[in-house]
Each structure stands twice: as C-alpha cells, then as structure tokens.
Ligand binder design. Structure first.
Ligand code: SP5
Ligand code: ZN
Length: 345
C-alpha cells in the first residue's frame, strides 16, 4: 500500500514534557516517524508520496475555530510573554469552576482553557507540524476515496486525544477524526473508526459521540489505571442518535495477545455488523511489551495478526499513525500490521 509522509513533522520537537514529577525530553519525538518511514522503505511496503496541501475547511468540520486559531498563534503569544520555552499550562478547567467560562485574554489562561495535560508542549514549529499531519491524513483520504484499497497516513504529531475544543496527550488536531469526516463529506454513508492505540481515543469519542454515521470503537488500557483516566469506560455507548454507535473495550494492565485478540474479535464483529463504506484505523503501537510508558504486552508477531484481523472486514481502509514510544521497535511493529493487512508476512 501507499504511504503518505512529509518531513514537516520534525518541526514538532519539544524540549520537555512533565511526567512522573520530572521534566523529561518528550517521548513523542521526531525519530518516531523517521524510523517508521525507514522501515516502510526497507520492507518495500509500497510507494511513498508527499501530501497535498489542503485548506482548513476539513479541520473546521471537526474542530472548534477557537482551538484551531489558538494553535496557530499560541507560540508567538507565549514567547512574547515568557521567552523561548516550551508552552505548557499549569492550571486546568476542572469541576467547581464555571461550566462554560469565557476564553481568558492571556496566553497562560488560554493554554489552561484548551489543554488537558502538561505533556504536550507547544513549540516554535508545532503548528507547521500539525498542519503537515492533517495534510498527510487528508491525502490518505483522497487516495482511498480514489479507489486504493488501503493507504497509510504516517501522521505526526498524533491526533486521537484531541477533541472538538481541546488538545493534549501529544495530540493537537485529530487527524483520524478529520479523515473520517472527510470521507463522509466525499460521499461515504457510514464510516468506522477503529482505535488500537494503547490509550483511549477520547478525542475521537467526544467528536462523534452523538452520531450514528460514524461508528467509533476503541481498545485501550482501563481508564481506572491509565491516561486519560476520565473517559473510555465500557458503559459509554453513544448518545442521542449516536446511541449504540460507540464501543469501548478497556483491558487491564498486563494484557497480552490472548486478551487483546478477544477484544479485537469483539471490535471486528461490531464493525462488520455496521458494514461501513470505509474504515479509519487509529494505529498506535504503544501496546508493545517494551513501550516505556505503557503496560500491555504485545509481541512483534502479534502485529501481523492484528493487520490480518483488520483485513478480515474487507473494506477500504485508511491507517492513521498515532502513538508508540518503544522507538527502536516502532518501524517493525507498524509495518508488521500493514504487511499483515496485505496478507504478507
Ligand atoms: C498518542 C498517545 O499515545 N498519547 C499518549 C499520551 C500519554 N501521556 C502521558 C501518560 C503518562 C503515563 N504514565 C507513565 C508511566 C511510565 N512508567
Ligand atoms: Zn497512545
């Protein structure tokens, strides 16, 4: 299959994330995408193409205009206020505050308004990288809509934690959600998003929660144990017209392929029943046993099987790259899924 890729992602290169009481170099680093594209080329997965450039209309179909314009100007506002340091918030909008507060005037307040964590630094090149990732996703949509059976959008930064009006979890705009909506706008009647990242796809869930035209399914670590903690429970099944069109399959820490396969089998059943015109896969590889911030135990081999199982739906499929932080193994695991999908081992 074809891979869509651009070097623009390198412009997201933060100095720090706040994790376990330490300021560490971000786990979400440029080398992640580099090692994947190297492996795609080495294994001759297929041609690699540069993305087209799209305007922001497809982004605004999914995200609040305030969030989008905030992301475009946040770095300049921050530097003006504090100098050349990564922009991170230290206050959040939680219970006990006004439900719908006005957007603060100052940059520190705006960060607090839009961010869900202090792990997602905004830097000089963040917007450039974020826009590149959206273009990569939308170019993948164009390929699959044009008749390709599958495509791989090698997006970086990732997207599935970003919601209609919030960002975090290394994500700024939701590449997979933007892609899913774009498929609808190009005429697909039903779209399914299958999220196999280790973390719950809270942004994707929030964006499509009350809709029946986009089925969303996420397999992830139990939110009682893992980031993002406050969404992703099994009893969240959609709302209003969307009732029955969202599925969460949380697994406890330590899950190996046996447990994972059960969940993926359940997911694929739901997906086949829905019979979508197209599938978007939020492809996170942080379920790997050596991932430094995660606690599932998948092996290299398991990713072939994952790809084969997804292929079992026999639908046009767009893979959108999400998380995965065991960087040395990331190329192998990613390409194993895509090769498994194509019936090659
Ligand atoms: C796209 C994606 O995979 N985002 C993940 C964001 C995770 N953010 C921080 C999670 C903190 C987990 N605790 C660290 C345990 C390390 N021993
Ligand atoms: Zn993740």
């Amino acid at each position: 299959m074809r891979t869509v890729y651009t070097d623009e992602h390198r412009h997201q290169d933060g100095k720090f994330e706040l994790i376990e009481g330490k300021f560490l170099p971000p786990f979400e680093m440029p080398r992640r995408a580099q090692i994947v594209i190297d492996r795609v080329r080495a294994k001759k997965l297929g041609p690699v193409t540069a993305p087209d450039s799209f305007d922001l209309e497809p982004v605004h179909r999914v995200h609040d205009k305030g969030l989008v314009s905030f992301l475009q100007t946040a770095w300049d506002e921050w530097v003006q206020a504090h100098g050349c340091y990564d922009a991170l918030p230290i206050t959040w909008h939680t219970r006990g505050f006004r439900k719908k507060p006005p957007l603060p005037e100052v940059i520190d307040g705006k960060l607090s308004y839009y961010a869900i964590d202090a792990g997602t630094p905004i830097t000089a090149g963040t917007w450039r990288a974020v826009k590149g990732a959206v273009d990569v996703a939308l170019t993948g949509v164009k390929l699959v809509n044009g008749g390709e059976k599958a495509a791989f959008s090698l997006c970086r930064p990732p997207g599935h934690h970003a919601g209609s009006d919030f960002y975090g979890g290394y994500c700024f705009l939701n590449n997979a959600a933007i892609a899913a909506q774009a498929f609808r706008d190009l005429g697909a009647k039903r779209v399914a998003v299958l999220d196999v990242d280790y973390h719950h796809g809270n942004g994707t869930q929030e964006i499509f929660y009350n809709r029946a035209d986009i089925l969303t399914i996420s397999i992830h670590a139990d939110p009682l144990q893992e980031f993002p903690y406050f969404l992703g429970f099994a009893d969240e099944t959609g709302k209003g017209k969307g009732e029955g069109y969202h599925k969460n399959l949380p697994l406890r820490w330590g899950a190996k392929w046996d447990k994972y396969e059960e969940a993926l089998t359940t997911a694929m059943k739901a997906l086949k029943k829905y019979s979508p015109d197209v599938i978007v896969v939020s492809l996170g590889l942080d379920t790997f046993k050596e991932d430094p911030i995660s606690k599932f135990k998948l092996e290299h081999e398991d990713y072939f099987r994952m790809g084969e199982m997804i292929a079992g739906a026999r639908k046009p499929t767009l893979f959108v790259f999400e998380g995965g932080y065991a960087v040395d193994a990331l190329g192998i695991n990613t390409v194993n899924v895509l090769s498994g999908f194509e019936g090659k081992r």
